[in-house]
Design a protein around this ligand. Structure first.
Ligand SMILES: [Zn+2]
Length: 110
């Protein structure tokens, strides 16, 4: 970043803005896959890893157990996409902040 011109930093800022996913299509947390043994005698799941996968959205809270929400399998792809969007938006914001900080340091228009 230090060796880039102010013009190219501003250009990069515009590019990042265009790459921003829709701000309403976001989810925070992570998707967890679970397999469960039902315990019924003779069920094939006793040999394998269990029934599933079942998906849960895990949201960590400071100083507490993470909150877990069951996600129906049909919603899993969209949930995955929203989680990805959130990470992407966060990365874009981080880079925008770094660019603005660099411009500010150089006493450039930011
Ligand atoms: Zn079973």
């Amino acid at each position: 970043m230090q060796n880039k011109s102010a013009v190219s930093l501003r250009r990069r800022r515009k590019t990042l803005l265009r790459q921003l996913p829709p701000l309403d299509e976001v989810l925070r947390g992570s998707l967890i896959e679970r397999y469960k043994r039902c315990g019924k005698p003779g069920c094939k799941c006793a040999q394998g890893r269990g029934h599933g996968p079942k998906y849960y959205l895990s949201l960590s809270r400071s100083g507490a157990h993470p909150e877990m929400d069951y996600i129906p399998q049909s919603d899993q792809p969209q949930a995955e996409q929203y989680l990805h969007n959130y990470r992407r938006i966060r990365d874009i914001l981080d880079e925008l902040c770094a660019i603005n900080r660099e411009l500010l340091r150089r006493r450039e228009r930011f």
